[in-house]
Design a protein around this ligand. Structure first.
Ligand SMILES: *Cc1c(COP(=O)(O)O)cnc(C)c1O
Length: 821
């Protein structure tokens, strides 16, 4: 759908200096996902942590000519052929445009909200109904104040059904999303603790969520959840309510029984006097609940659609996120093997672009035919070819009849195959090497066969790292600081054990100012992989001066011996003004200059031109504990004096910083010019802050389950004494993976399906045993060692250590898997 820029200016009530004719089909809020500059309208958004106006210049260079801004700058006036629409609030403007767009369509629209399962219900509904309707739906989980308007923008004349998610994290947000989605049918999946921090109670959050359903003609919900049922009544929505229930045989959809078998469940339900049996390929409660919502919805929207039993048995699990996995021959794989519509292709290509590890790596796309697009194939594949080229894909492997037919449209290295099998059997399949491969296909192409073959099979224990959580935590601290305060992210010791490269890349994307590593080689690795922001080396060795200079790494300097060696080296190489960072000892009594050293230090610095002091800093010894607050304040005072003396002596401005994570939480008023964020970035708060997200999950799976009778023992030295008949599971993680042996014999626990299971007997080198008596667990089930449900701080406490040690003890043989939501 297209709008003229003039129409848009009117819809969002913008003022403008002048307007040149232009046609807009794409709304852009993130400068990094630009694909089609001429047709894009960029909304310069201001958030707590960033300002989109900064990217206008760069976008203009890339031929974007249409912008919505909240303030003009002289720079913009120089862009003579560009349109600037000026509004008070750019987010509101985007929302207004979406509201206008939504009003043009008179089709059923399903609005889904709730704490969990929104995306799965949406995708299940798509799977169940796409043969009867031309469906437009939110891409992935675009359910926020920005995601919702962008989702609605995809609506077009050919659609006959819309399915959109709405998520909120604060009061008032739903009020704004409601007119944008304007759902005619509502689904509330469930209500829980997620995003609770800004609400007084679950009830308040629920009331907010129900606001989405204000103008719905039907509302679908779990009638057995009394909190939801009562709120629906209180909100005077009962007359539209369609509850499903396990207990109330009068409910519109009565579930009389659910029989769970090894790989499927049979749902027996009664509606309008009819009994039905529906078989689904899931046995877990969450999936069953999600399907029940879908059945209720289908009964309301199109009762005959429920009669097609086969649809339910063919339901496929929904991949919730994009993973990067290690593949064979030095390849990395991004798996998105469950759909291939053009919107999700755009998102996946962005993700691929952002995960490039090094310039030498080739970008490869394996893509199936795009089904159910409703666009003529010729123009569709032209669009795909353009997109692929703009996103800098080097090579495409197309699979499917349409791909073969329209292969000529692509102007990059290319190969085409009629079927997945044909490709797997081809000689080309064996030749992947050093490529970042995005595997993206409609489900019936079964691309999981391709990813299974390309995936490197290693140890089954993984450390899962949520890159979105890193970004969240980074922004959480940023929002606590003044906008001009700079941030150093500490990625020393392989990013606290999590993997420094993926982290550094993510932080660089989010415009962190500095990274800090422990030794020069760590910094060199990051440079090799394309990290270009400044990097401080905390413990530079004399032997590594070469590595420092060659990689533009900035050393911490803590002694005269070091300073002199460094200055001499700059002179020898003819380098001037090389940035260094001076460390002051204010009470930690580790490395650093003392206050008394400053006069001599200034003298030494003034007499040379090889180096320049970029920053001066000190480190707090006990910022996490109020027991030491007097001491901390004295450290800060001493540092302030020393830094002032150094700055005066050098006669130029020097960046000053002293706060680490706990310091930021507890002494933000002393933030100076910069702060150093460490452990909190990784999701552990020193002072019990609630707003952080869990970043890493150490996860494994059950290898084998055995019944062990009372009186036997389990494991080495017969330490695991079995008192009652028990079910014991064996999991492939041992002390060689970093599972501390002191957690043996019931000290440590793991989590399976939300339940705690104690470790039995001594932990072995590569395995250990856990007691799963009374838990519905099967071989292959996932086991969590630490993560959201079992915080790493709890483990640390049991071991009498700190989370830092647990993170950094995880063996390198444990594969790190990075994902974004
Ligand atoms: C590791 C380190 C930090 C980060 O400390 P956290 O407690 O993890 O926030 C800050 N400054 C210096 C000098 C460090 O070595």
């Amino acid at each position: 759908m297209e709008y003229s820029i003039k129409e848009i200016a009117e819809i969002i009530a913008a003022t403008y200096p002048k307007l040149k004719d232009s046609t807009i089909s794409i709304l852009l809020t993130d400068s990094r996902s630009l694909s089609f500059p001429e047709q894009s309208l960029f909304f310069a958004l201001k958030t707590k942590t960033n300002d989109g106006h900064k990217y206008i210049k760069e976008l203009y260079k890339l031929r974007v000519r249409n912008f919505v801004v909240s303030e003009m700058s002289p720079d913009f006036e120089k862009m003579k052929d560009a349109n600037f629409l000026i509004v008070k609030d750019t987010v509101r403007a985007l929302q207004k445009l979406a509201i206008f767009h939504r009003k043009r369509f008179n089709i059923p629209v399903i609005g889904i909200t709730g704490s969990n399962g929104k995306t799965v219900v949406k995708e299940f509904l798509y799977q169940l109904l796409h043969t009867e309707f031309n469906i437009v739906r939110s891409p992935r989980s675009y359910n926020s104040q920005l995601g919702v308007p962008l989702s609605i923008w995809q609506m077009s004349d050919k659609n006959t059904l819309g399915i959109f998610e709405a998520g909120i994290s604060q009061p008032d947000e739903m009020e704004r999303l409601q007119p944008i989605i304007a759902p005619t049918i509502g689904i509330i999946t469930n209500i829980g603790e997620a995003h609770q921090e800004n609400f007084i109670s679950i009830k308040q959050k629920l009331q907010e969520k129900l606001m989405l359903f204000k103008d719905c003609e039907a509302i679908i919900y779990d009638g057995d959840d009394t909190v939801i049922a009562n709120s629906i009544e209180a909100a005077c929505l009962s007359h539209k309510a369609i509850a499903w229930s396990h207990t109330d045989s009068e409910a519109p959809l009565y579930i009389s029984s659910i029989e769970k078998m090894a790989h499927q469940s049979i749902i027996r339900c009664t509606t309008l006097g009819f009994d039905r049996f529906i078989t689904i390929p899931f046995t877990d409660d969450a999936s069953i609940e999600n399907v029940l919502h879908c059945i209720a919805l289908m009964l309301y929207l199109k009762p005959t659609s429920v009669n097609n039993e086969a649809r339910f048995t063919k339901l496929e699990p929904v991949a919730m996120r994009l993973d990067v996995k290690q593949g064979i021959n030095n390849c990395l794989l991004i798996n998105d093997t469950y759909n291939s519509d053009i919107n999700s292709l755009d998102i996946a290509l962005d993700f691929q672009q952002s995960r490039m590890v090094s310039r030498e790596m080739k970008r490869t796309l394996i893509l199936s035919d795009i089904l159910q697009s409703g666009t003529l194939p010729k123009s569709l594949y032209k669009k795909v070819a353009d997109m692929v080229q703009r996103k800098k894909v080097d090579r495409i492997i197309g699979i499917g009849k349409d791909m073969v037919t329209f292969g000529d449209t692509f102007n990059i290295e290319k190969e085409f195959y009629n079927t997945t099998t044909e490709f797997i059997n081809s000689s080309s399949f064996k030749n992947f090497n050093n490529e970042l491969i995005l595997i993206k296909g409609s489900r019936h192409f079964h691309f999981e066969q391709i990813s299974d073959l390309l995936e490197k099979k290693v140890h089954e224990t993984i450390l899962e790292v949520n890159l979105d959580a890193i970004v969240h935590n980074f922004n959480y601290y940023r929002s606590k600081l003044k906008p001009e305060t700079k941030m150093v992210c500490m990625v020393k010791a392989f990013g606290y054990g999590i993997g420094s490269y993926e982290l550094a890349k993510t932080l660089q994307e989010h415009r962190c100012d500095y990274l800090a590593v422990a030794v020069a080689d760590e910094g060199a690795e990051l440079r090799k992989e394309g990290i270009s922001i400044p990097i401080i080396v905390m413990n530079p060795e004399f032997s590594s001066l070469n590595v420092l200079f060659e990689n533009q790494l900035e050393p911490e300097v803590y002694s005269f011996r070091m300073l002199d060696a460094f200055i001499r080296e700059t002179e020898k190489r003819g380098i001037t003004s090389y940035p260094i960072h001076i460390k002051i000892d204010t009470g930690m009594h580790r490395l650093g200059f003392e206050l008394g050293d400053i006069p001599l230090l200034c003298e030494r610095i003034k007499g040379q031109s090889g180096i320049v002091v970029r920053s001066v800093f000190s480190h707090l010894a006990g910022s996490d504990s109020d027991e030491f607050d007097d001491f901390t304040l004295s450290q800060i005072e001493l540092f302030t004096q020393a830094a002032k003396a150094l700055e005066e002596g050098c006669e130029y401005k020097i960046i000053k910083h002293i706060l680490n994570s706990a310091g930021i939480e507890r002494f933000a008023e002393h933030q100076k010019d910069m702060v150093r964020l460490g452990i909190s970035l990784y999701g552990v708060s020193a002072s019990g802050q609630k707003g952080l997200h869990n970043v890493s999950t150490l996860r494994t799976s059950i290898l084998q389950i055995r019944n062990v009778p009372a009186g036997s023992t389990v494991g080495y030295s017969r330490r695991g004494k079995i008192e009652h008949d028990s079910r014991i599971a064996i999991i492939p993680i041992g002390y060689a993976d970093g599972l501390n042996r002191r957690l043996s014999c019931g000290v440590g626990e793991v989590v399976i399906k939300g339940k705690r299971c104690p470790i039995v007997g001594n932990i072995c080198m590569d395995t250990c045993m856990i007691d799963i008596t009374g838990i519905d667990a099967h071989e292959g089930d996932s086991v969590i060692i630490f993560g959201e449900e079992l915080p790493v701080s709890e483990l640390a406490e049991k071991l009498g250590t700190i989370p830092y040690e647990i993170f950094t003890s995880i063996s390198p043989r444990v594969k790190r898997v990075y994902f974004r939501e």
